[in-house]
Design a binder for this molecule. Structure first.
Ligand code: M6R
Length: 609
């Protein structure tokens, strides 16, 4: 959460930083700020920060001609302290200016032990860190020593970018848990929370190792560990370009990303096919991992967790092996029953979700083997897991996850297929046929995306709704969880997903004349059972959208809108259904005139517990 950027070089730092903040804004958008060290004899500081989106900051700074090649910028997702100008970053005191992403857990103790209470001008934990660094900087007159001393007493997650007025043209960075990537280009050195702010300048970058001090200057970047030894970073190359972080003619990133799903699926699946079977040799994932597992636990948050719910059904169906799906933030505190013999599959688009990361570490401590399904290359979860399966969705900018969900599903289907094959639960022929069905999701989604009239039609009802229900049984219920989340997070319509058969045990009391119900009935073996539940809500006045496979009779006595998915076998219907549910949410939020890509209170990458 929070987007941070630092730049020093030959370009106009203000421009680089404002542009960078625009691309990082999806990480948090409560407030934004910029600090520049001016190229005047005193190296005086230009600072502007205020509550509101980056566009507000851009407007406020528009007329200010600041001659500077060195600065830092921040876009905030509030944790400590309200959304105010004062709490916005950068924070500055004396000769030190800082931006921070993360949470300082012991900030109250630090306020007491360093007698800071009287000095603080904001309510943030970040300012406490700033004042400690300033204290040591004044004491030792040495930026590196000041940083080392400060991180020696700070407990928590942080990435800091710091400018010292006594050391112009340089930006000092250090991180613990919270992400930072850095790159040196022909026009200077950059550091940012993620690659989106860096790719306009270079695609070669590195993840700043933890407990390493990076010093950026226009000549490049030097890294040293806390004992002063040089550190050689592991260079990475971004396999997507600057166009991928633009809207490309779409009104919103979300719509663009929904439409990118066929390509994202192909990119994730096709490189992993050898002799007609899923093959993870290139990923370095050994078959022994699958052969030796006695049970599977899946850990993730939000959409990734709902992908895991679908995965559970597929694993259990193919292998009859127990699979438990855990919400990462709960897993950590429930003394989970995992250990040697457990394969812990961790799912995260960003690879930075702190709850998921910590849950994975706990599972590993208990002896489980971890396999992470991650979209962002070089992210913390990817680096810490025993094995990584990278999804190739490209950057997902919209806060609402869409293409990342589809590729997470594809990853789970491929893993289930390979695992079932190496364990002898699927013959070679059956595994190859299964894989062909996963691949079929690509043309099926392409076909679906050609005609979105039905989804727009559903959204016309949803925009007026206060509550909505998504119902289904079995796999269809797992899909409905994601459909309800999508609607809630971007359209602010309260939505609940319910197992269709469970409604009558209480929730059906909420159905009244006109309540929108999206019923998913794509599973043949329980089709009639679900339809009976649909009749129950219809009889009580619900406005029903029914999603089925082709060729199902659905008269007006059963539903108000009938959406059919293109032909695909029952186990794979999640792919087209997901797209339908995403589009219903998208058109509802858009129809309400909401900021689809930046829903209130949310941030893309959740790096706080
Ligand atoms: O980056 P992650 O996949 O770990 O993120 C997990 C959730 O925060 C995320 O899926 C969230 O639920 C989505 N924004 C919902 O669309």
């Amino acid at each position: 959460m929070c987007g941070i950027i630092g730049y020093t070089g030959t370009l106009d730092a203000k421009k680089v930083i404002i542009e960078g903040l625009k691309s990082l804004e999806y990480r948090g958008y409560d407030s934004a700020g910029i600090a520049l060290l001016k190229e005047d004899p005193e190296h005086s500081l230009y600072i502007m920060k205020e509550a509101g989106p980056v566009s507000v900051l851009e407007e406020s700074t528009k007329e200010d001609a600041v001659k500077s090649g060195c600065g830092i910028g921040h876009t905030r997702w509030a944790t400590h302290g309200g959304v105010t100008d004062q709490n916005a970053h950068p924070h500055t005191t004396g000769r030190v200016t800082l931006i921070h992403n993360g949470i300082i857990e012991n900030y109250r103790e630090l306020i007491n032990s360093y007698n800071l209470a009287e000095q603080l001008v904001s309510e943030t934990d970040s300012e406490v860190a700033l004042r400690i660094i300033d204290y040591y900087y004044e004491k030792y007159q040495d930026p590196v020593k000041a940083i080392k001393k400060a991180v020696g007493v700070i407990i928590g997650a942080y990435s800091f970018c710091i400018m010292f007025a006594g050391d112009p043209g340089k930006i000092y960075c250090i991180r613990n848990v919270s992400p930072l990537v850095a790159a040196a280009s022909e026009t200077g050195a950059l550091v940012a929370s993620d690659l989106t702010a860096i790719v306009p300048y270079t695609r070669d970058y590195f993840v700043l190792p933890e407990d390493t001090i990076a010093v950026l200057s226009k000549e490049g970047i030097t890294l040293t560990d806390l004992s002063g030894n040089p550190v050689e970073p592991e260079m990475l190359h971004a396999d997507w370009d600057v166009e991928s972080v633009k809207k490309g003619g779409y009104p919103h990133f979300m719509l663009k990303e929904i439409n990118e799903q066929p390509e994202a699926l192909e990119n994730t699946i096709k490189p992993r096919i050898a002799k007609g079977l899923p093959d993870f040799t290139e990923d370095g994932i050994p078959d022994s991992l699958f052969r030796e597992a006695k049970e599977i636990c899946i850990v993730a948050c939000g959409t990734a967790n709902y992908a895991g719910m679908v995965g559970k059904s597929i694993f259990e169906l193919l292998m009859r092996i127990p699979v438990n799906v855990h919400i990462a933030s709960e897993f950590r505190y429930e003394d989970p029953l995992v250990g040697p013999g457990t394969l812990c599959i961790v799912i995260s688009q960003s690879g930075e979700t702190i709850d998921t990361l910590e849950a994975m570490k706990l599972a590993m401590e208990k002896g489980a083997k971890s396999l992470a399904i991650v979209n962002v290359k070089g992210s913390t979860i990817a680096r810490e897991a025993d094995h990584v399966f990278y999804t190739h969705a490209g950057p997902e900018i919209s806060v609402a996850s869409t293409k990342a969900y589809s590729v997470q599903l594809a990853a789970l289907y491929l893993i289930a297929c390979r695992m079932a094959y190496v364990r002898g639960a699927l013959s070679e022929q059956a595994a190859a046929a299964f894989l062909q069905q996963v691949l079929k999701a690509v043309p099926v989604i392409q076909e679906l995306l050609k005609n979105v009239v039905g989804m727009k039609h559903v959204s016309e009802k949803m925009v007026k709704a206060k509550d909505a229900f998504y119902i289904g049984r079995g796999l269809d219920y797992a899909f409905s969880l994601e459909g309800a989340l999508k609607l809630k997070e971007i359209s602010y319509v309260h939505a609940e997903a319910y197992p269709a058969g469970e409604l009558k045990h209480g929730t059906i009391a909420l159905i009244e004349e006109g309540t929108p119900v999206v019923a998913i009935a794509t599973q043949e073996k329980i089709y009639q059972k679900t339809i009976s539940n649909v009749r129950e809500v219809k009889a009580r006045g619900a406005y029903v959208t029914l999603i089925t496979k082709k060729g199902k009779a659905a008269g007006s006595d059963l539903c108000d809108i009938h959406l059919e998915i293109p032909e695909i076998e029952d186990e794979f219907t999640v792919f087209p259904v997901a797209v339908i549910l995403q589009l219903i949410a998208y058109y509802t939020a858009d129809g309400k005139g909401l900021d689809v890509d930046k829903p209130r209170n949310l941030a893309k990458s959740v790096t706080v517990e």
